[in-house]
Design a protein around this ligand. Structure first.
Ligand SMILES: Cc1ncc(COP(=O)(O)O)c(C=O)c1O
Length: 343
């Protein structure tokens, strides 16, 4: 059995995309300056554009989504305070403790199988300011789409309810929008509506949008100015980084609407491995099988790269570098392998 064609089909993550030729041309032609001096026109254009897309005052370009999250959460949670988030949130599970190690804050979590907001759980968790005896909740974080919950979308109504919950308690909302573009394309919800529910967001250009690097923190002018200082402190002040901002600008022009193709490919893969495609909101398919590492190894032998995210859970991610034909070929391979594991 083979995936068909000579090239390997890489479904491990949407971070594996390589810049297209037109994106590389845009990068080569970028006007640049020293961004630490605030003089890179391409970075300024990107920051202004992304801030406006989400209806916020300002944005800050960062090398990674993790740094954007660390700076964003630190802009609303002080050392010794806590942020509440879902148990499998990227900020809790995959940023290697940076929020505690670097920002001196703590986290408590609620659990939801689809990574959704749970206001009842949040009501239990929420800790008001009780003086010097207890850690105080300063912010609530939501992840949309939710990576480790299989790319699940958080409904806008739930985010709006979260906003109201946070306002009543005078705490901030952080939105990890690494894949907010996928949520936007899957639901048609305007980006500004997502922006309106959050005090601060982190959004990525290097996932589904296919840029080689780059994320942005989006928020109020003051918060972004403060984050600029913290970014420099962390060694994230970059110089002629307009070459990367140009890739991001190109991606915003050309790679947002096409995410619908990735979502269709993901549904095709879901069906092949016996999952109800209706539970696949966007470009991530997470499914259980008898032995995830064994399935990963057999798929690799057949020319399809996939990832184990648990002993019995496998994750497939569709992206810019997977054509519908390759998705169909991978679906055939994985369908047969899953059926033979189940047999
Ligand atoms: C939901 C989410 N947030 C943040 C990040 C961090 O992005 P980066 O790998 O650029 O640090 C990721 C990475 O996959 C992610 O899935």
């Amino acid at each position: 059995m083979s995936a068909g064609g000579s090239s390997v089909i890489d479904l491990r993550s949407d971070t594996v995309t390589r810049p297209t030729q037109p994106m590389r041309a845009a990068m080569a032609a970028a006007e640049v300056g020293d961004d630490v001096y605030g003089e890179d026109p391409s970075v300024i254009a990107l920051e202004e554009r992304v801030a406006a897309m989400f209806g916020h005052e300002a944005a800050l370009f960062t090398p990674t989504g993790s740094m954007a999250n660390v700076l964003a959460v630190a802009s609303v949670v002080s050392p010794g305070q806590e942020v509440l988030c879902e148990a499998r949130a990227h900020i809790a599970r995959a940023e290697l403790g940076a929020h505690g190690a670097v920002s001196g804050l703590t986290m408590r979590t609620w659990s939801h199988p689809r990574g959704q907001i749970d206001l009842t759980a949040l009501d239990d968790l929420f800790a008001p300011d009780l003086g010097m005896y207890f850690v105080r909740t300063a912010a609530i974080s939501a992840e949309n789409t939710h990576n480790f919950a299989g790319g699940a979308v958080l409904p806008l109504a739930d985010l709006q309810a979260l906003r109201a919950f946070a306002d009543e308690r005078q705490v901030a909302v952080h939105l990890d929008g690494a894949r907010i573009w996928n949520a936007h394309v899957a639901t048609g919800v305007p980006l500004a509506s997502y922006g309106a529910v959050a005090d601060v967001l982190a959004v990525c250009l290097s996932k589904g949008l296919g840029a080689p690097a780059g994320s942005l923190l989006v928020g109020g002018r003051e918060a972004v100015l403060e984050a600029r200082v913290r970014r420099k402190r962390l060694g994230g002040g970059m110089r002629q980084v307009g070459v990367l901002a140009a890739a991001g600008l190109y991606a915003l022009d050309h790679h947002v609407d096409r995410l619908a193709e990735d979502h269709a490919n993901a549904r095709l893969l879901a069906e092949a491995v016996g999952l109800d495609p209706a539970v696949v909101d966007t470009n991530i398919v997470a499914f259980d099988c008898a032995d995830a590492p064994a399935l990963v190894a057999r798929a690799r032998e057949a020319g399809v790269l996939i990832g184990a995210v648990g002993a019995r859970t496998v994750r497939l991610v569709t992206h810019l570098d997977v054509t519908p034909e390759q998705a169909a070929a991978a679906a055939r391979v994985l369908g047969e392998l899953v059926a033979s594991q189940d047999a």
